[in-house]
Design a protein. Structure first.
Length: 143
């Protein structure tokens, strides 16, 4: 409190008790505004809920900071795709694939991701999303 009092006496040649409370209030408000801006900037990534990978549209929500309800949608009609990962059980890595099919577009294959089953694909896509968020490249993906 003495620092505030000496500041006012040195700069304004007078001091009153209410000036301490006014200074404390102003400092408190400045801190609250800075924290609000910082918090808003931290959660800005939560607007990033859609992107295009493997020729498919991927959509998700956030549960706190974690990706939830991640799935892919048809790039033509926007319908939720069905995954056929029957061939992902092959013993040869190059032959493992998950196929994504749109029933609304006549059961046409809309995408194929090599390397594993649907769980493998979801892990890969989540990893890509987190990588974009961490590097702030997600801002380029926002529509």
């Amino acid at each position: 409190m003495e620092v505030i009092k000496s500041f006012y006496i040195k700069n304004f040649s007078f001091f009153e008790t209410w000036m301490i409370w006014a200074t404390v209030l102003v400092l408190f408000l400045v801190i609250v505004v800075i924290l609000f801006i910082f918090k808003k900037e931290q959660e800005d990534f939560k607007r990033f809920t859609t992107f295009n990978r493997y020729g498919l549209i991927w959509k998700w929500k956030y549960d706190r900071e974690q990706i939830a309800s991640l799935w892919c949608y048809c790039p033509d009609c926007g319908s939720r795709l069905i995954c056929d990962d029957e061939h992902s059980r092959s013993g040869v890595l190059g032959e493992k694939s998950a196929f994504f099919i749109c029933n609304a577009c006549g059961e046409n294959e809309k995408g194929k991701v090599a390397g594993g089953d649907r769980n493998h694909v979801l892990r890969i896509v989540k990893h890509e999303i987190y990588k974009l968020i961490k590097s702030n490249q997600y801002k380029e993906e926002l529509i």
